[in-house]
Design a protein around this ligand. Structure first.
Ligand SMILES: NC(=O)C1=CN([C@@H]2O[C@H](COP(=O)(O)OP(=O)(O)OC[C@H]3O[C@@H](n4cnc5c(N)ncnc54)[C@H](OP(=O)(O)O)[C@@H]3O)[C@@H](O)[C@H]2O)C=CC1
Ligand SMILES: CCCCCCCCCCCCCCCC(=O)[C@@H](N)CO
Length: 329
């Protein structure tokens, strides 16, 4: 028995060490002084909070969105947070990230002409419209993929080549905890965020051996204008399930997102449920310790997860019962 335990510990320790020494050494950035940071969806919520943090760390900032009024207000707020008011530049660019590739490419060329090569791209533009799939307008189903997936994929394609040439750059994809578990009412939305996760993990492997890095963020419910809007039409079941991960502040999420990218984290998670879900379903090699932790904890977390899923199914069943009662009254 003792021999088995010893062997297990040795194999596990060996595995941890092999992973530790085979992973690329990560450059850790302490600040963003003089670097150009571009944030799609930087005029509101999580994206704006990330833009403010980038400004505090000394970056030149470009925020992208569609509504010029919101962009102008955001630029004023971001500028007020610059640590070197004299030398840091902040600009906004009106662009719909669901446009065709050529239009996005043109816009990125002119963004770089104005503030220099992009060091960091945060793909934060996104939105969620909830509802049962068969009741969702087909145009909305398409819009959820156009915005949440293509709105990340196209801008990323625009910057990758330049970053690889300069052998320097950080990219952030903003997915969601709803890309780790399927949830009632998030059907149209979650597919787009799931696609973002698939793209991230493939591109990560294509970046091996370079100093360009990608961080995949999994926010839980976050108290933003977008969240308030989605909450208006969100089914009760979705609120109950989604609420398990709590409601977080955009400032905390935006700030942590920047720091996780600067320190080379593969995943950026913001809640205990996020940590558990990425441990269960995450596919990347974050570190030797992370892999050892996965091996040791997976079966226990899986058992907890089955319990959690059953309780979510019960929430849906209760909802159905209530709807049937109302119908028969
Ligand atoms: N809040 C939450 O609970 C969670 C959010 N997320 C994700 O985080 C990201 C930010 O969300 P949040 O801060 O809540 O959102 P907000 O609605 O507060 O902000 C969304 C931003 O994206 C911009 N945007 C929307 N559509 C487009 C478009 N087609 N082209 C360019 N810009 C666009 C908006 O500007 P404009 O409208 O002017 O274009 C705005 O700046 C999203 O990807 C969201 O899916 C993930 C998990 C949880
Ligand atoms: C052992 C494992 C335990 C796991 C517990 C599972 C908890 C699941 C919570 C999922 C929360 C999803 C939030 C998505 C928010 C979002 O994307 C929208 N607000 C969009 O804006």
């Amino acid at each position: 028995m003792f021999i088995f335990i010893l062997l297990f510990v040795l194999v596990l320790g060996g595995l941890g060490l092999v992973i530790h020494f085979s992973l690329d050494k990560k450059v850790v950035y302490k600040d963003l002084k003089g670097k150009h940071v571009v944030i799609t969806g930087g005029s509101s919520g999580i994206g704006k909070a990330a833009a403010v943090e980038a400004a505090r760390l000394g970056a030149h900032v470009t925020v992208i969105g569609r509504d010029v009024g919101k962009l102008t207000a955001a630029v004023a707020e971001i500028t007020a947070n610059c640590r070197d008011q004299q030398n840091q530049k902040v600009q906004h660019v009106a662009l719909d990230v669901t446009s065709d590739y050529k239009a996005i490419e043109q816009s990125f060329i002119s963004i770089e002409e104005k503030l220099g090569p992009i060091f960091m791209l945060i793909n934060c533009a996104g939105m969620c419209i909830c509802g049962q799939f068969e009741k969702t307008d087909p145009d909305v189903i398409k819009q959820m993929v156009d915005l949440n997936y293509f709105g990340t994929a196209y801008p990323t394609r625009c910057v990758l080549q330049g970053m690889k040439k300069r052998n320097e750059g950080l990219i952030v994809f903003v997915s969601s905890e709803a890309a780790l578990i399927g949830i009632y009412g998030y059907s149209a939305y979650s597919a787009g965020k799931w696609a973002v996760r698939g793209l991230a993990e493939s591109v990560m492997m294509e970046l091996v051996g370079t100093n360009v890095r990608l961080t995949l963020a999994f926010p839980p419910d976050t108290d933003t204008p977008g969240f308030k809007n989605e909450d208006l039409t969100k089914p009760e079941e979705t609120k109950l399930i989604s609420g398990t991960a709590g409601l977080h502040s955009p400032d905390d999420v935006g700030k942590q997102m920047i720091h996780d990218a600067l320190t080379g984290k593969t995943y950026s998670v913001y809640s205990a449920t996020g940590t558990l879900l990425t441990l269960l379903f995450g596919g990347s090699l974050e570190s030797g310790t992370q892999v050892v932790l996965q091996v040791l904890s997976l079966s226990v977390i899986r058992i907890i997860m089955v319990g959690v899923l059953l309780s979510f199914y019960n929430i849906v069943r209760d909802g159905l019962k209530k709807k049937n009662e109302i119908k028969t009254k």
